[in-house]
Design a protein around this ligand. Sequence first.
Ligand SMILES: CC(C)(COP(=O)(O)OP(=O)(O)OC[C@H]1O[C@@H](n2cnc3c(N)ncnc32)[C@H](O)[C@@H]1OP(=O)(O)O)[C@@H](O)C(=O)NCCC(=O)NCCS
Length: 412
Amino acid sequence: MAALEFRSPSRAELREFFEPVVSAYGLDATDDDYRYEELTYEDGRSIGALDDGVWVGGAGAYSFDVTVPGGDQVGASGVTMVGVAPTHRRRGVLTTMMRWLHDDAVRRGEPLAVLTASEASIYRRFGYGVATDDARITVPSRAVVFDPPLQVDGRFRRLDPHQDTSTLADVYEQVRLRRTGWFNRGAGWWERLRLDPTDARAGASKLFAVVHEDASGAPDGFATWRISQNHVDNRVADDTVVLDELVALDADVELAIWQFLAGIDLTTTISWNGAPMDLPLRWRMVEPRQLHLRGRSDWMWARLLDVPAALAARRYLVAGDLVVHVDDAFHPAAAGTYRLKGSPDGAECERVDDARPDLSLGAPELGAIYLGGVAPSLYATAGRIVEHAPGALERADAMFVTHPAPYCPLMF
Ligand SMILES: CC(C)(COP(=O)(O)OP(=O)(O)OC[C@H]1O[C@@H](n2cnc3c(N)ncnc32)[C@H](O)[C@@H]1OP(=O)(O)O)[C@@H](O)C(=O)NCCC(=O)NCCS
């Protein structure tokens, strides 16, 4: 069998390049679906495999700035659109592409790589760990009753996301700079909302949006949602608000938006597939048990490509020093022993290969604890972090874990 050729596609080849990737997900892509992908496509950040001149696999990346604990942004390669044709699976195509994507991210000076995964079994071997979880929740609209009652000045303004997304982009930009796990969204990401392809609707309505404005008229939150209709067939009002995004500058505005959604006529349920794990809603409801957790899943995976740069960019809940040894078979340049001095005000991290480590861990575990979504001690109980110096795990827990839990607001 002739060797496969690996190269980046040109703009003119994009549809042929995307085809095996889209098909690997079992999708029957329409022109709108291709356009949707093209809107956020970045030239020079994709790699694919050709067999005898035909694309048989591909993968790409976005240039993200991910907000880390403390509020700084870290350059990240947002790995995306990964697929290999069933005729060419398990021949190392993905492995070659991941190596290219990591090398490319290093050339661009990105200390981090992140992705959302179709299966949780794929990416650990490439050094990724689960950095954020998300929740599938439903809430009966009648249960959105608060104690104490909510008093928020302001008003709601309906907005057609197919016409104008600039207000949504402005609010998002303010919020994402304050929230761990969120990333920048350029114009193409908002164009995607305007396109709103049928596939993205999953049988529900087009996208609706509302903006909340404070007493001075400044936008401080928004929600986008679809309606899943039942009332026409059932002749009773029992439609569902399928929440797509809820973005708010503070918790009161967020709660006001929940109240707004709960009041939409003909609907009796709000569902959200992709909610943050930590929701103020639950702790303000009179009956918190009515917030039903239908599922919980790994969401954003992370791996560090430049350990000192990434660890020094975040802040730590309490001041402390740790020496950690990192194993990284897939990206050996990141393997080594590092001394971290972290605090709520800043951090320093340097390579100290001769020092005795307090903790040893693999690249996936470092990626998992990086945004503070899971306690290092939990990974130790699972046998994946080893403590060499007594007390080091307790110190690592106190330093790394963040509240609220990190959240990634989008699939990418
Ligand atoms: C997942 C996918 C991209 C893997 O591509 P591939 O070229 O077959 O992967 P490779 O041959 O490089 O596999 C490398 C290793 O990962 C393992 N692996 C690959 N896919 C895996 C999966 N889905 N589950 C578990 N292990 C997997 C392989 O067995 C191999 O292990 P080995 O090194 O011990 O032999 C491909 O199966 C695919 O397109 N799947 C459908 C679409 C999809 O899920 N894409 C990922 C989106 S996030």
